[in-house]
Design a protein around this ligand. Structure first.
Ligand SMILES: *[C@@H]1O[C@H](CO)[C@@H](O)[C@H](O)[C@H]1NC(C)=O
Ligand SMILES: *[C@@H]1O[C@H](CO)[C@@H](O)[C@H](O)[C@H]1NC(C)=O
Ligand SMILES: *[C@@H]1O[C@H](CO)[C@@H](O)[C@H](O)[C@H]1NC(C)=O
Ligand SMILES: *[C@@H]1O[C@H](CO)[C@@H](O)[C@H](O)[C@H]1NC(C)=O
Ligand SMILES: *[C@@H]1O[C@H](CO)[C@@H](O)[C@H](O)[C@H]1NC(C)=O
Ligand SMILES: *[C@@H]1O[C@H](CO)[C@@H](O)[C@H](O)[C@H]1NC(C)=O
Ligand SMILES: *[C@@H]1O[C@H](CO)[C@@H](O)[C@H](O)[C@H]1NC(C)=O
Ligand SMILES: *[C@@H]1O[C@H](CO)[C@@H](O)[C@H](O)[C@H]1NC(C)=O
Ligand SMILES: *[C@@H]1O[C@H](CO)[C@@H](O)[C@H](O)[C@H]1NC(C)=O
Ligand SMILES: *[C@@H]1O[C@H](CO)[C@@H](O)[C@H](O)[C@H]1NC(C)=O
Length: 763
């Protein structure tokens, strides 16, 4: 039922655009800076010279009338190299140039698309908001579809001066005056050189102005200032606020309605690093690529090496396992959960009985008179539907046919539709262009019995209801992509669950927010769903933590977010997974748990990691020297201590050997080092949840810290059969400080899942 998600998750899926002039195509070229001849003063002139030598060498095919080999971007931070449009023979010639390491063809990038801060427990009286001063002076860079600078979420009332270290700027362009930036929106830049290398592409609005809405939504989610009187056509009324309302925002527009390419995205990240952002929020990804071919993995490694924290979306390809992207060990990979808010419509039967279902129908004319109501069961006969006229139609989805029923009813021009359904991805349908309410099977039965029992049944529909405190919440969504990470199964991904479904945030007032019966409706706020929305929530939390603890590394911030997260919902039961029949969500779905910002402020212990640790991991993943150079931007390294055992705050073990002796025991060991970031002395004792087929032990099981910043190590061992019978077993290692009751919790996941990873030798 739930793997129905191919039906475009209400977020934009940009179409593939071929970046070509005749047969030339755009490539990202990785170069070895160490091979740059001394004659060149900078990498840019070396790249230009390399390209012009290529042009001479191939002597430009006489049939081509246009300049072929053309430099598009010369990158400085995100990677060592450049992007260029090249003919096949030029690419071949380039491969023989000194310093050439490798190249990848440019590819399209797709997006993973105010109450939520309150749901996260953020409040003005205590905890992370006041302590971090709401993220003041942290700069969040968002690479996305642009921004609507007039949105009240970006007002700078009461803001202090922009930090002097900031090097970004506000680029003017079509319908975007550079004076539109302020102390809140501190940067606005746009990148489309690779996109327009395709002569067929014409950019309508050549500026950072958001003509789509996605970027305005994500950036206001991360760092929108307070706005009173927000709502989406009467739904979710109240004050809208981002997670870090005083953080600064810099928008890097690289995703266009006309298309998008990875080389524009890399140019955006390159610039963001140069400008001095502290946190990057990336609500898009590239599927199934090994690190050396994934430009986002490479650019985020560069970000890490400049101490920039990166939050990235897991993708919307759930609920199947092994589907996530951005499963990169040096970023925070964010999964999407629900919040405790429901949007509703009410069916009132003539008898006076009212039934409440889900709806986000935006029509203002929403309370109808009593109208005849008919039951059309599967609603699969368009001919009958078209004859219904001004009546309410009831459809029963028995067979995962909601999508068809919804379209059939939408086309039939009836007074309204009531859909009885178990569908797990209702987010996709709620913003209907005709009056529609989605009822669960139990309430549906009431309505069907009523219709069947009356000769002349009637009902009315009413909309725009919002209810808070829905239980259980949060839940993992069905669409959120699942681990293990195809690019690195040895590191448990995703890392964290954050609010992603039905999120209210700012929207460009000139971009259509809804459509009713062919009429376009506009709103300064919109409600969107996806891991695209979860990612900026986590970026906002990271910004608050960075403000409260400027000395923490990106890995320490991630560790604090993970080890303090909640594994239970608002009914005190384990967080459930909508995509798995509401069974308890496992760490391949939600990572460590649901983000709890106030607890992340004081994690007690952190699992830290630095560049060398990630390089040791790449070595153990059997990447070649050249591939590691590409990924690490030629950071000096050697592979003398390869290790898959990254110092990560989670554990994943595969017991999937399908051989002659599957019952033989095997033990997997993990070594970890924790740093005491609490105040002074502390004694932590290990506690591990019991497992069925496995024996988990920790040695030593007691860690005695004498002072702050002291590091102590331990070993976690998991003994089990070579082939587990259960597909997934999971639990937690929790270090508990006896005195302060501080808990440091890490998920442990064991699986017999036989993932086909994308590896160093994948092509
Ligand atoms: C541009 O459009 C023309 C005409 O539709 C088409 O033949 C050509 O292949 C397109 N070029 C690219 C690079 O997409
Ligand atoms: C940009 O705004 C400034 C100040 O509001 C104004 O003086 C200037 O004319 C504007 N520029 C453009 C190109 O509209
Ligand atoms: C867009 O604006 C940039 C910077 O102002 C300019 O260099 C570029 O030529 C423009 N592109 C188009 C397609 O108008
Ligand atoms: C509609 O669905 C019913 C059962 O769900 C089936 O028997 C019938 O053949 C379908 N009709 C059409 C027109 O597809
Ligand atoms: C809804 O799910 C329940 C339990 O899985 C099932 O018994 C029922 O038939 C389903 N109903 C519909 C309308 O799909
Ligand atoms: C449900 O769908 C399956 C597979 O598409 C089909 O074989 C079956 O006939 C359908 N049942 C109903 C009641 O429509
Ligand atoms: C938004 O739309 C209004 C009304 O059509 C128009 O006056 C205004 O210029 C538009 N703003 C932008 C930035 O496009
Ligand atoms: C790396 O190569 C070694 C030697 O061939 C092999 O034993 C090991 O399993 C490989 N590691 C990975 C992660 O593929
Ligand atoms: C490898 O790197 C480590 C740390 O960077 C260094 O201590 C060691 O000497 C190096 N080994 C070789 C063989 O270069
Ligand atoms: C183990 O291998 C056998 C034979 O190749 C296969 O039939 C079986 O499905 C495999 N079991 C698992 C759990 O992969």
């Amino acid at each position: 039922m739930a793997n129905h998600l191919s039906f475009c998750l209400c977020l934009i899926f940009l179409t593939t655009t071929h970046i070509v002039a005749a047969q030339s195509e755009t490539y990202i070229i990785h170069m070895d800076l160490l091979a740059m001849p001394k004659a060149f003063t900078d990498h840019h002139s070396w790249y230009l010279s390399t390209l012009s030598n290529v042009r001479l060498a191939t002597k430009a095919n006489p049939e081509t009338q246009y300049p072929s080999s053309k430099l598009i971007y010369s990158y400085t931070h995100a990677l060592n190299g450049f992007s260029a449009s090249l003919l096949p023979e030029e690419l071949e010639a380039l491969k023989a140039s000194p310093g050439y390491i490798s190249s990848v063809r440019d590819m399209p990038v797709k997006l993973d698309t105010t109450h939520s801060p309150k749901f996260l427990g953020l409040n003005s009286n205590a905890g992370l908001w006041p302590i971090s001063n709401y993220g003041e002076d942290v700069i969040i860079g968002v690479v996305d579809t642009g921004i609507w600078p007039e949105s009240q979420s970006f007002n700078d009332n009461g803001f202090s001066e922009i930090p002097s270290r900031w090097k970004g700027k506000c680029e003017g362009g079509t319908q975007f005056n550079s004076s539109l930036c302020n102390k809140k929106l501190v940067g606005a830049r746009f990148f489309n050189k690779a996109l327009i290398a395709n002569p067929n592409v014409t950019i309508a609005i050549n500026s950072t102005r958001d003509t789509d809405g996605h970027g305005t939504h994500t950036s206001s989610t991360a760092a929108g200032n307070h706005v009173d009187g927000a709502s989406y056509f009467g739904y979710a009324p109240g004050t809208a606020t981002g997670v870090a309302p005083r953080a600064r925002v810099a928008m890097y527009k690289a995703i266009w309605e006309e298309g998008s390419t990875s080389s524009d995205v890399i140019a955006a990240i390159d610039q963001a690093i140069d400008d001095g952002v502290d946190v990057l929020s990336l609500s898009f990804g590239l599927d199934d690529l090994p690190f050396h071919q994934d430009p986002i993995a490479i650019a985020t490694f560069a970000a890490l090496s400049k101490n920039v924290f990166v939050s990235a979306s897991a993708g919307n390809r759930g609920p199947l396992f092994g589907t996530l992207h951005n499963g990169t060990p040096w970023v925070l990979t964010v999964a999407a959960g629900t919040v405790d808010r429901e949007f509703q419509g009410v069916v009132k039967l003539e008898t006076g009985v009212s039934l409440t279902g889900s709806s986000l129908y935006p029509g203002r004319d929403s309370a109808s008179a009593q109208l005849p109501i008919v039951f059309l069961d599967a609603c699969n006969n368009s001919k009958i539907l078209k004859q219904v006229g001004n009546k309410i139609v009831v459809c029963q989805d028995r067979n995962d046919s909601l999508n068809d029923q919804f379209e059939n009813v939408g086309d039939a021009n009836v007074a309204g539709g009531i859909f009885i359904t178990n569908n797990t991805d209702l987010e996709l349908f709620l913003q209907s262009s005709f009056p529609a309410i989605f009822l669960n099977p139990k309430d549906g039965e009431v309505i069907v019995n009523y219709i069947k029992s009356k000769p002349d049944p009637k009902a009315s529909l009413a909309f725009s209801f919002t209810s808070l405190g829905a239980k259980p919440a949060p839940r993992a969504t069905s669409y959120t992509s699942r681990g293990p990470s195809p690019s690195c199964p040895a590191v448990l991904k995703p890392d964290i669950l954050a609010p992603g479904s039905l999120i209210l945030a700012s929207w460009p007032e000139n971009v259509t927010a809804a459509e009713v019966n062919g009429r376009k409706l506009y709103s300064k706020f919109n409600i969107l769903s996806g891991t695209s929305m979860a990612c900026p929530h986590a970026a906002g939390v990271a910004a608050l933590l960075k403000s409260a603890h400027p000395e923490w590394s990106p890995a320490a911030i991630r560790s604090a977010i993970m080890t303090t997260s909640d594994s239970t919902d608002n009914t005190n039961s384990p967080i459930k997974d909508i995509g798995l029949d509401n069974d308890p969500a496992n760490p391949l779905t939600m990572g460590a748990g649901h983000v709890n910002p106030n607890k992340a402020l004081t994690p007690g212990l952190v699992y830290d990691a630095g560049i060398e640790d990630y390089i040791n991991l790449l070595c153990a993943l059997n990447y070649s020297e050249n591939q590691i150079k590409v990924i690490t931007n030629s950071f000096p390294f050697n592979c003398s201590t390869p290790s898959l055992d990254l110092n990560y705050p989670s554990f994943i073990a595969f017991f999937n050997a399908n051989d002659s002796n599957p019952n033989a025991k095997t033990t997997q060991e993990f070594r970890r080092t924790v740093t005491n970031v609490g105040e002074g002395e502390a004694t932590y004792v290990a506690s591990v949840t019991p497992f069925n087929e496995l024996v988990v032990s920790v040695a030593p099981d007691k860690l005695v810290f004498k002072e702050k910043n002291e590091k102590l190590s331990f070993k976690l061992s998991i003994e089990g059969p070579r082939l587990m019978k259960e597909v997934i077993a999971f639990g937690f290692l929790t270090w508990v400080d006896e005195k302060s009751k501080q808990q440091v919790k890490s998920p442990i996941l064991a699986t017999n899942f036989d993932l086909q990873p994308v590896t160093a030798s994948s092509n």
